[in-house]
Ligand binder design. Sequence first.
Ligand code: MC0
Length: 143
Amino acid sequence: IVVAVDHVGIAVADLDAAIEWYASTFGLVMTHTETNEEQGVREAMLSAPGDAGAAVQLLAPLRDDSAIAKFLDRNGPGVQQLAYRVADVDASCAALREKGMRLLYDEPRRGTAGSRINFVHPKDAGGVLVELVEPAAAGGAEH
Ligand code: MC0
């Protein structure tokens, strides 16, 4: 089902301050940033220079009623999600539903850089909010 670990998502209150902190502390560089209105986040992807492996995703809330705002209120900043890359998010969701897991959305929604995403409920995944990410087709249209 899983092709790779895509990213680890970390909830932060202030995105710009966090980007600066990860750069000055660990030398991570920002490779992508965007606002996702539907998810209620401003986000940034960070990597070690030249590393094409799993990324660190910083997630800051756009609104008080967003998932990240609720997470920050409850837990403070910290790891909010683990994202697995999949080849076909519809097929992966079907396979996980078959195993009795709850997917949060009936149909995949739009994630980073035109990807298609869904989430496994943390209570069905060992206490971890698991995101499934099907990247946008290289050079193809965004979903
Ligand atoms: C809640 N719980 C978590 C959790 N959030 N456990 C682990 N990790 C988390 N992040 C626990 C609570 O502590 C609670 O446990 C139980 O799950 C149910 O909590 P709830 O109060 O019923 O639910 P909420 O309101 O806290 O919502 C949790 C839920 C929500 C996962 C449903 O955050 C959600 O819809 N997330 C999916 C969207 C999302 O996270 N978007 C932001 C990233 P107890 O034991 O107290 O019952 S956007 C993104 O990631 C995109 C841009 C991308 O990467 O492409």
